[in-house]
Design a protein around this ligand. Structure first.
Ligand SMILES: Cc1cc2nc3c(=O)[nH]c(=O)nc-3n(C[C@H](O)[C@H](O)[C@H](O)COP(=O)(O)OP(=O)(O)OC[C@H]3O[C@@H](n4cnc5c(N)ncnc54)[C@H](O)[C@@H]3O)c2cc1C
Length: 596
């Protein structure tokens, strides 16, 4: 049976030693979150995840969700009760606006808890996760009446949320969507059409389900310019604001799928269901993007979460499993063989996972802090800088941490040899659950295109130049530092590769856009390596400071050893990515389609 321990100490190290969270005290909500409260919140969240949610992970996988003949969906045993406990703890509204019943604590804390929830039980965590995303979109774009009706109920978890974009013929290309909205005399709309793959579309955990639905108002332009966003509840709110009569929106089927069996993935049929416009007519994509961006960061976190829990189990197994002898002489001479953790190739695997997890955690929390600054700073320049950072990093966090998260789940499974392939050990579930994170919320190829095609050039390259400037300044400042110098030298080389790749696109992709498409995935990974490298350099700086202060020396030395591994063994891959990018599209576009 797999184990999981929430990495509270590491989260605190990232928040306070690396990101210096105490410096953000001017932002609303941060003064209400002194360190002792943050520690208490994280420890309490860890307890819920370790004791309640993690034991249900295998149950969710083996029992799955069941659609009943009346269209209702039963979630796996224990899911409902766990959700009740989560609601009672007030977790859903941790960082929600207090005006709508939230606690207003920093978004970054919600991200920490989000990692623990998904590590413990990814399929379960999606129910409240989607609710938080739907709340964010309503908060920014809905009118006051809709906000007053829905947000307080969602903040307590009494009602949950979903996002409805995908249709059978329309996935990445949302301009193709056909779901129709017909205006009614009272200002509402009748929504008709079919949505597929809707996560948490129907279930038995909440009293009402609030669907955010993309649809085309009759007569609206074709393509993405004619899409609007609607709020369509399963039960229409009555005069008192409670769940009233049933709206004609129903689950026609749940998908049998590879993983996340505990989450109901539904075909949703809208048969003239009543909905209300959110935001402006024909500006639905922009409104939905609030939810999509939030969800993309959460999915990046899901990738990290599966990598972390898989790593923890791989370490436990590698310490335990006796096979072969160490190349440098027996390490457990009293035993018939050494534990496999003595073998360099096993170490390479474990160090790779560890290096990604620790820097990935810092990258996610650095980005979540930018969300706090963007939403809460009173300084317009600071808000803009934070928004630039969020926009640039969203495809990197989503695409890179989910690709690497899946790779790491496979690596952890590999640690178990044949036993990793046997269900009893639970490693297969991490692989299967991690796989979806690379696909949904915009497949990773689309994240790479978003980075190269939209984010690099936005506002004259302002965001990417700021990133280059920040990393470059860190390198310049620390290049002569005896402890950090070698790390910073490697990071400077990685940064140079990234800048060269960016320049190559500027010179070669305008005239020939296939060059941008061809290099986009290597570029996203090159970017990810430099971003993780920057995190490792900052982690190493913080670790040296702690060692100098005589605090937590053993753990901090482990950080420095992992940083060294990253800079020596992983960051050099930037050169290979640059070579791929600058080779251009020709080799991959050479064959005519019929030759494949
Ligand atoms: C378990 C699960 C849960 C989901 N939950 C939700 C949900 O809650 N709400 C919701 O609305 N949707 C949901 N989805 C749908 C999901 O977001 C889509 O499957 C995903 O966005 C991709 O769309 P598609 O499947 O139609 O693939 P397609 O768009 O057909 O893409 C197929 C492949 O082609 C590539 N591709 C497509 N266009 C381009 C291009 N222009 N350039 C380069 N490559 C391209 C893609 O990267 C992909 O690899 C879910 C899906 C699953 C499986």
């Amino acid at each position: 049976m797999p184990v999981y321990k929430a990495p509270v100490d590491d989260s605190l190290f990232v928040l306070y030693d690396v990101l210096k969270m105490e410096n953000y005290g001017n932002l609303a909500g941060f003064a209400d979150a002194p360190r002792d409260l943050v520690e208490a919140v994280l420890n309490e969240g860890a307890k819920l995840c370790e004791e309640v949610l993690q034991p249900l992970n295998v149950v969710g996988d083996t029992v799955g969700c069941h659609r009943n003949d009346d269209g209702s969906v039963t979630t796996p045993p224990g899911f409902k009760e766990a959700y009740q406990q989560y609601r009672e703890g007030g977790w859903l509204a941790l960082s929600t606006d207090p005006a709508y019943g939230g606690q207003g604590l920093p978004v970054v804390l919600n991200a920490v808890i989000g990692e623990y929830l998904s590590s413990a039980n990814l399929a379960w965590a999606m129910y409240p996760g989607l609710t938080q995303g739907a709340m964010a979109a309503l908060h920014v774009h809905a009118n006051d009446e809709i906000k007053r009706t829905y947000l307080p109920k969602m903040a307590t978890g009494e009602w949950t949320g979903t996002m409805n974009l995908t249709e059978p013929h329309c996935g990445t290309d949302l301009g193709l969507l056909r779901t129709k909205a017909v205006p009614q005399a009272d200002g509402s709309y009748k929504i008709s059409g079919q949505k597929i793959f809707i996560s948490a579309g129907e279930h038995d955990m909440s009293a009402n389900i609030v669907h955010l639905v993309l649809a085309r108002i009759e007569g609206a332009p074709a393509g993405t310019k004619g899409i609007s966003l609607f709020v369509v509840p399963k039960f229409l709110p009555d005069a008192a604001g409670n769940a009233g009569s049933r709206n004609p929106v129903s689950c026609g089927k749940i998908e049998e799928k590879m993983g996340i069996h505990g989450n109901s993935t539904c075909v949703m049929n809208y048969d003239g269901a009543t909905g209300w416009l959110v935001g402006q007519e024909n500006k639905g994509l922009a409104a939905m993007f609030v939810m999509m961006n939030e969800a993309r960061l959460s999915v990046g976190l899901q990738g990290l979460s599966q990598s972390e829990v898989a790593y923890q189990n791989a370490v436990a197994y590698a310490r335990d499993r006796l096979q072969g002898r160490s190349l440098s002489g027996p390490k457990a001479p009293d035993k018939p063989a050494d534990p496999i953790i003595v073998h360099p190739d096993v170490r390479r695997t474990l160090m790779t996972m560890r290096a990604i997890n620790e820097a990935g955690r810092a990258l996610v929390l650095w980005t979540a802090l930018a969300a706090d600054v963007h939403h809460r700073s009173t300084d317009a320049a600071e808000r803009q800088k934070a928004d630039d950072h969020l926009g640039l990093m969203t495809p990197v966090v989503k695409g890179v941490l989910t690709d690497l998260g899946f790779d790491n789940a496979v690596k952890a499974q590999q640690m178990y040899g044949g036993h990793g392939y046997i269900n009893e050990w639970g490693m297969g579930q991490f692989v299967r659950d991690a796989r979806i994170t690379m696909i949904y919320e915009g497949a990773n190829g689309i994240q790479a295109l978003d980075l190269v095609g939209r984010k690099l050039g936005a506002n004259g390259g302002r965001a990417v130049m700021a990133f280059f400037g920040e990393v470059g300044a860190f390198c310049a400042q620390h290049k002569d530092d005896a402890a950090l110098g070698p790390f910073v030298a490697a990071l400077s080389k990685g940064l140079k590769d990234l800048q060269s790749a960016t320049m190559w696109f500027m010179q070669n992709a305008m005239a020939k856009p296939d060059n941008a498409g061809a290099g986009s995935t290597p570029y996203m990974h090159l970017f990810g390596l430099v971003a993780l490298g920057y995190m490792w350099a900052r982690i190493a700086k913080a670790a040296n400071e702690r060692i100098a202060a005589g605090s937590d020396e053993e753990r901090m030395k482990a950080k420095l050893a992992t940083a060294r591994f990253f800079f020596e063994q992983m960051l050099p891959e930037t050169a290979a990515h640059l070579a791929r990018i600058s080779a251009g599209a020709d080799s991959m576009m050479a064959l005519p389609a019929e030759m494949f």
